[in-house]
Design a protein around this ligand. Structure first.
Ligand SMILES: Cc1ncc(COP(=O)(O)O)c(C=O)c1O
Length: 375
């Protein structure tokens, strides 16, 4: 069987590669998933649904009660109804559905760099092309001049990830407004990936929901309810775009998983309390990992304001891939910055969705390894 040229031209994720090299006793700060348990109500709701026989296909856009509940939850950002919400089989598939629904062959997609690893491949799978734009160093805001310079007549889509994986950056007001002005001036569609919107430790989350005339917003429950294995995402769009997305989702999977949706639905009323606790835990770990990193000569980080990733820079004469490889051999799994695009070099990504003792032990390994290299 011959692989398609599209698939052939994209690499396997750099994140997964590190796991293949890991020792069984390694400290894993590589994974982008919360280590806390899901809300108990979610697990109950899923079990109840499965036991009650809700194990068949459901509505393509998701069960109405969950669509409504999601619309209500996000209505603080704009005037939303259930008709603006589709439940998807993961944030990842929602992103692919958007690419497949709105890109034509040759279309260009501006993607943040460093940025989440699937944006570029999705553009390619949909027949288009990803063009990396730079995030500024330190606070990791979109570099508006760089974006402007990279717009061509084929540019159709502008990806924004707020809060950001891998940087933990949270979009500030000025770049937020500048992105919207640019999209208006140059007639670009915005795809805003907001899966970490509940994990902001300082400042506020600026959603693109108020601009559904120009934006499709992606979210999900993987991070919000610590259910990465349930595969539950969200697409929020205006009614025209929603019609396209529902058509695409029908052809992709017919409908999202039924028991998972009922589980999520049952946990929605208690979500604020659950998240307040999760944010307290993650903020404490963020402070710990930032302090530990900044104590290491040659490493530097501005404490990230959101998500659960630390993305420090290092000042050593070695590539991020080689440094990450050395760390894996020493028993610490992390991800090289270069896995997140050309502007990610010179950095490492650590997930701090791991308990404090693991963060401490991981940072001991990091400090000892960097010391060896700099000698
Ligand atoms: C920025 C970002 N977007 C989307 C996703 C996809 O999440 P899921 O497919 O689990 O909903 C992830 C997962 O790591 C992510 O980091």
């Amino acid at each position: 069987m011959r692989t398609s040229h599209r698939l052939d031209s994209i690499p396997m994720s750099g994140i997964r590669k590190m796991f293949d090299l890991a020792r069984p006793d390694s400290i894993n700060l590589g994974l982008g998933e919360p280590d806390i348990e899901p809300p108990a109500a979610a697990v109950e709701g899923m079990n109840e649904a499965a036991l009650a026989g809700l194990n068949r296909y459901g509505p393509t856009a998701g069960i109405p009660a969950l669509r409504e509940s999601v619309a209500k939850r996000f209505s603080g950002f704009g005037d939303l109804t259930a008709g603006n919400v589709m439940i998807t089989p993961s944030g990842s598939s929602a992103l692919l559905e958007v690419a497949m629904s709105f890109l034509d062959p040759g279309d260009e997609v501006l993607i943040p760099s460093p940025g989440f690893v699937i944006y570029g491949p999705h553009a390619v799978l949909a027949g288009g092309k990803g063009v990396e734009y730079r995030l500024t160093e330190g606070d990791f805001q979109p570099d508006i001049e760089d974006i402007e310079a990279k717009i061509t007549p084929r540019t159709k889509m502008l990806m924004v990830n707020n809060p950001s994986n891998p940087t933990g950056g949270v979009l500030e007001e000025e770049p937020y407004k500048a992105l919207l002005d640019l999209a208006d001036d140059r007639d670009l569609m915005i795809v805003a990936d907001e899966v970490y919107n509940e994990f902001v430790y300082e400042g506020v989350h600026r959603s693109f929901i108020p601009r559904l005339d120009r934006a499709v917003v992606i979210n999900g429950f993987s991070k919000t309810m610590a259910v990465t294995g349930w595969r539950m995402g969200i697409a929020i769009a205006n009614e025209d775009a929603m019609e396209d997305l529902v058509k695409m989702q029908y052809h992709l999977c017919a409908s999202p998983a039924m028991p998972s949706q009922y589980g999520i639905l049952k946990a929605m009323p208690g979500l604020d309390g659950y998240l307040a606790n999760a944010r307290t835990v993650f903020k404490r770990r963020r402070d710990l990992i930032s302090d530990r990193i900044n104590e290491i000569p040659g490493m530097c980080i501005t404490p990230p304001k959101g998500a659960f990733y630390a993305f420090p820079s290092f000042d050593c004469d070695i590539s991020s891939a080689d440094l990450a490889m050395m760390l894996v051999r020493e028993g610490l799994i992390c991800t090289p910055g270069s896995a997140f695009g050309k502007y990610g070099e010179g950095h490492l990504r650590f997930s701090y969705a791991a308990d404090e003792s693991k963060i401490e032990a991981g940072m001991d390994i990091l400090a000892a390894t960097v010391k060896k290299i700099r000698r």
